[in-house]
Design a protein around this ligand. Structure first.
Ligand code: NAP
Length: 282
């Protein structure tokens, strides 16, 4: 919500500034009071977009995400409501996040999904596995993959080497994400050291081969690294110029086999690769 207010201030700037930014919003998982709540009902979809448009100070968003599935609303009903918002000109495209491949197929049959936002990085290859079948489903249906946390929540940037790097006020990783728990951190730092060795041999930063690896997985993969630092933003964009050899690609892929701890955060742990109840039960 704070992010949308800040984006709204930015978007109220000059027209050129407005044209360069794609406006996105999502059916939020947090209420106005910051409490955890997932609601994908048609009614909430209609209310939430109005609040987002007000905060962003715009009449439409380019991409409206269904951030998590609420396990109560059949996905067909949510997508039909989002289709109406599209017809009304309030959203241009629909995205889903952390959905199962079955839910994605059902959603896409009602309204086209433009993309799926899902964790994908050299530390998180779940979407490639037959168990989840999400990457192959996206490819079959022509849906882009927006790779969230492409630096493994920061781990693959190489700057996190001990628990003290996670101790700033507001940094919840050590408390919520198992890969950052004390018992797992050293093993994961040792894996990042292997990435840093590859980066060192190429004369690039640790983050760059991690992002280049993702970009090499296909033209349909769009990594969205997060940073508050303009220099790192430039560094991350520089990953587009980094080419990996087949051996480097293979070595980076092998890192995921040995990652200690789950990628699944404690709060939303029941909502990964989320399914949706059958339509006939509604
Ligand atoms: N759909 C979902 O459920 C979901 C879940 C999580 C995240 N996301 C989205 O994914 C995007 C990125 O996620 P994320 O920020 O969690 O993960 P990330 O991109 O994997 O990691 C970001 C962290 O890495 C650090 N970092 C960035 N560039 C770096 C560099 N070149 N070298 C070293 N460290 C670097 C950042 O610190 P500094 O800021 O200090 O640079 C930040 O702590 C965001 O847009 C977020 O909203 C979506």
């Amino acid at each position: 919500m704070t992010g949308q207010c800040q984006a709204g201030t930015f978007l109220s700037g000059p027209p050129l500034q407005q044209r360069q930014v794609s406006k996105t919003a999502c059916l939020s998982v947090f209420t106005e009071k910051g409490e955890h709540s997932i609601n994908t009902s048609p009614e909430y979809a209609r209310q939430a977009i109005e609040r987002s448009l007000t905060r962003l100070g715009t009449s439409y968003v380019d991409l409206y995400y269904l951030h998590r599935l609420d396990k109560v609303t059949p996905i067909e009903k949510t997508m039909a409501a989002l289709g109406e918002l599209k017809q009304a000109g309030k959203i241009r495209h629909i995205g889903l996040s952390e959905c199962s491949s079955t839910a994605l197929r059902r959603a896409h049959a009602v309204e086209p999904a433009a993309c799926v936002q899902i964790e994908y990085s050299a530390f998180s290859l779940d979407i490639e596995t037959p168990q989840y079948d999400l990457l192959s489903t996206c490819r079959e249906l022509g849906i882009a993959v927006v790779a969230y946390s492409p630096l493994g929540w920061g781990m693959l940037g190489g700057a996190i080497r001990s628990m003290s790097a996670l101790s700033k006020p507001g940094d919840m990783r050590a408390a919520l994400v198992p890969r950052f728990f004390k018992e797992n951190l050293d093993a994961n730092v040792a894996l990042v050291d292997k990435l840093s060795e590859i980066a060192g041999r190429k004369g690039v930063t640790t983050a760059q081969p991690a992002l280049a690896w993702l970009l090499a997985q296909g033209d349909d993969i769009f990594p969205i690294p997060g940073t508050r630092n303009p220099e790192r933003l430039a560094e991350n964009l520089g990953a587009m110029q980094v080419t990996l050899t087949a051996e480097e690609e293979k070595a980076i892929r092998l890192l995921a086999d040995n990652v200690a701890g789950s990628r699944e955060g404690v709060i939303l742990k029941d909502y990964y690769f989320g399914d949706s109840p059958p339509l006939e039960n509604a």
